[in-house]
Design a protein around this ligand. Sequence first.
Ligand code: SF4
Length: 235
Amino acid sequence: MTTGERLRAILKRLERFYGALPTPPLDAFGLYVWRVVAFQATPQRRDAAMAALRHIPALTPDAMSRAPRGRLEAAVTLAGSLRDERRRALIAGANAFRRNRELVRVLKGSLPEARAALAQLPHLADADGEWLLLFGGDQPLLPADPRAVRVLTRLGYRESSTPSQNLCASVAKELKDDLNLLRHAILYLSHHGLITCTEKSPHCVVCPLLKTCLYGQARTIEPQRSQRSQSTQSS
Ligand code: SF4
């Protein structure tokens, strides 16, 4: 099995395990809003906040800037803590998109120019900016999302010294720079890193990837074996 085939098989397993995940907005401003409300929020809280913002409505830069402050605060509160930080980031993003009406077009243009344009959105971390480029700018790349990078690393796709950006570039190549496949990949890898392959205590015992993950096997199967052999020796 080639690396690309193994990756596709992994994504199929994750899809079977989690079912269909909500697709992020495919417009640049909607994706910006989605990343702001997703920060340190569970998927359920993120989706509740997005639904409330849609209801206001506040999912275009102009609509966001017209939205009453109280309603914006109530909507972002549904995402959890950081109410004021989220509201400020949303307003700053709306102002940036309104100031530069060309921004959406630039994000869909040449990758270097699109990356440079992200500087106009200072409230986004680097990985968030790459999510925006992939979903809102149709750029075929794999965001160096820390959760996805953690999953790929544990699955053996990364030498410890390989920078995250290089890992993501080589995975994107394995997926033939296919835009839809890359969107699918980051969605499931990041979700898996949030829900199961968590940073401190990954839930390897229930993970659908355990059979293909040496890291997970070392944490679960090997300790179980040595426990069994110790109890056999002592009986
Ligand atoms: S088996 Fe464990 S370490 Fe491997 S992907 Fe699953 S949760 Fe992560």
